[in-house]
Design a protein around this ligand. Sequence first.
Ligand SMILES: [Zn+2]
Length: 348
Amino acid sequence: MSAPLEYRATRKRARIHDPRREFALSEIESEVRYDPLTGDSARICHFAFPKRELPDLSALAERTRNGCPFCPDSVERVTPRYPAELLPEGRMRRGEALLVPNLFPYDDVSAIVSMSRAHFLAMDAMPPAVVADALKLARDFILTAAPLVEAREAFGIVTWNYMPPSGASQVHPHMQVIVTDTPGNQLRRELEAEARFLAAQKRPYPAALLEAERGGARWLDEAGGVAWWVPYCPTGMLGDAQAMFVDQATVAGCDDAALDSFAQSLCSVLAAYARMGLWSFNLTLMPDALAETSGRHRLTARLLPRFYLHPQLHNSDTAYLQLLLGEKFAMITPEQHAAELRALLAAR
Ligand SMILES: [Zn+2]
């Protein structure tokens, strides 16, 4: 009999004479949660901030159209091409998606997928077929490039930063694809923890996690081999979501049907976030190494809405806690957040 996952939390109580309550002695609670896999802590606090207001995104789209490197009239002229030994045609296409080398690479194989001919795609009406084509193109590129990466283990990582609060430098929708032996600290540590879990418990952590979450307070939906829920430990200030491919460990291993299912569900979740007044996100698909055969991992996607804390000040939603102390920080409980998302998904 395997042990259940440990969902651990501690409460913190700050005592203050609160000016909002005529200086009555008050206790303000916050919570620290520990990730059941890594043991990493994350905080949940109640924090007052101004109501979010959607900026005029059509004005932003118009302003950035001129000089956009990914629009059809300039993409062929201003984006680089791969050498023939990597890609004989220099670039790859699928539907509206076009894959080109990153002009500012941060790894040996670092590519960009311009996802659409349209300069701007609204978050509440993201077309699943466009997203699916971009993912399939990324997969095909990873399969092409991986044999060329000289490494003990190679990872094919696909990321989408959408709109400026996420760090995206272009409004035109685009994904990043890297094929690397350096997958980042977070993924490396999670995979190491999953390997230890598998050795100790004789079952993969993702299967145990899925079993623990399915149908629970943080559960969102499951269809076509892709399950969605809100993680027990939050990553973003306003709550985030994660997907798991039930049968795949890598993007490279996904067939078209799996990527179609994921794109379909992702677009629904993005529309739900848009109805919360959000208009930017980071999405990363977290795979195992391409050659890994232990079965320790399943491909997961982390979806993190991003925003400016203040509509005029444009202060960032990330500060010292996240960046310097490595501590995640949320203003809503994952269970409340999941309930809101479920209601929005059901209302479609
Ligand atoms: Zn454009």
